[in-house]
Structures are given as structure tokens and as C-alpha cells.
Design a protein around this ligand. Structure first.
Ligand code: 5GP
Length: 189
């Protein structure tokens, strides 16, 4: 997606150790016009699938997921990272965060994810794939079907895509980055 890649080159900040900061248009301040184009691109890639819901994880997956849900006129379920005391019919899974070097619980209520649901999962980044695998576990526990996964940015030098390939579903990333260094960003062709 050229628009996105150009924006990453213009406003993204890359750091030694393979971290990309996109705080000015995705992770802290948000560009809704770019987000709409991202939604349109996800429609192009997933619109043919027989889905009835979009699933994402808070916080930065919510904006692109909402755009996709709006365009397809489907509800958006966001998985929570903090386990609320009041949630009913709760399912949980554990996720290891490589960037934070800690394990945290994610959860969803079975009220909103059921065996009748066929979903795609949308998130901002695919790095090592731990968050996505945790979400996959939750979707399985709920008895729902995961038909595809979409990411705004994939860091293809990390092992996420390889890990998710075993699920045998379409994995779509709108910008695939093969190298991140001090002030240097290189995309896959
Ligand atoms: P994974 O579980 O695939 O290793 O990492 C997924 C999550 O880590 C993403 O949802 C994102 O929040 C965060 N993340 C991983 N790498 C980066 C990065 O380079 N930049 C930013 N902004 N977030 C990242």
C-alpha cells in the first residue's frame, strides 16, 4: 500500500533493535484519512470472505478495525488487555510481550464471540506473532471461526508471519518491513 509506505518513510521513526515508532499517525495521534484508506484496502483483501464480525485488540487495533467494520457494516469486537472485574462469561488467554518482556492476560466475553461467528482479526503491528496467537486461542475457546488476519505493519524480520502461517488462513499486511535500523527503513518488494 503505497500511501502507507510513503507515510511511514515520512513520519515513522526507526530505532536500533528493530522498533518502529508511528506515534504521529497510528499509535498516539491518529490520522483518520489514512485510517479510512487502510479500511478500504482491508475491504479489498477480506471483503470476499463470509465474515459476520471484525475482531481486534485494544488499543491501536480499534481504529483500523472500526474502519473495516464501518465499510462492511459489521460489528467490531475488541479484546481487552486488562481483565475487568465485571465481565460476564469471560474467556482469557495469556500473551507474552517481547517488547515489554512480560506476560499479560487478554479477555473477551462469550456474549460477543460465539460459535456462530466467522471473523477476521485486525491489528496495528505483526512482530513475533504472540498477540495474534493469543487472540487465535481466545477465538478457538469461544468456538468462533477465524477466517483471516490483517495487520497495518508487519516486521518481516521477526517470526510472526512464519508462526501464523501454520493456521492456514490468509495473513495480509499492508506494509512489510524487512529492515529497521537507526534512521533506516527498508520494505519488502
Ligand atoms: P507481537 O505479539 O506480534 O510480537 O507484537 C504485537 C504488538 O506489539 C503490536 O500490537 C504492537 O502493539 C506491539 N509492537 C511490536 N513491535 C512494534 C513496533 O516496532 N512498533 C510499535 N509501535 N509497536 C510494536
Amino acid at each position: 500500500m503505497k500511501l502507507l509506505k510513503d507515510r511511514i518513510l515520512k513520519d515513522g521513526k526507526s530505532f536500533e533493535g528493530g522498533i518502529l515508532k508511528v506515534d504521529s499517525f497510528i499509535n498516539h495521534q491518529m490520522d483518520p484519512i489514512l485510517m479510512k484508506s487502510i479500511g478500504v484496502e482491508f475491504v479489498r483483501r477480506f471483503g470476499h470472505l463470509p465474515i459476520n464480525k471484525i475482531v481486534t485488540i485494544e488499543a491501536s487495533g480499534i481504529a483500523p478495525a472500526i474502519m473495516l467494520g464501518y465499510l462492511l457494516e459489521l460489528p467490531v469486537v475488541f479484546i481487552k488487555k486488562a481483565v475487568p472485574k465485571t465481565m460476564e462469561n469471560m474467556l482469557t488467554a495469556s500473551v507474552y510481550s517481547f517488547t515489554k518482556d512480560k506476560t499479560y492476560d487478554i479477555c473477551v466475553s462469550q456474549d460477543f464471540l460465539t460459535p456462530n461467528d466467522q471473523v477476521v482479526f485486525i491489528d496495528d503491528f505483526l512482530a513475533n506473532g504472540n498477540a495474534a496467537m493469543g487472540v487465535h486461542q481466545l477465538i478457538e475457546k469461544a468456538g468462533a471461526s477465524l477466517l483471516g488476519m490483517g495487520f497495518i505493519i508487519e516486521k518481516s524480520f521477526q517470526k510472526g508471519h512464519e508462526l501464523l502461517r501454520e493456521l492456514n488462513i490468509p495473513i495480509e499486511s499492508l506494509a512489510r518491513i524487512k529492515f529497521l535500523g537507526d534512521n533506516r527503513i527498508e520494505f519488502e518488494e
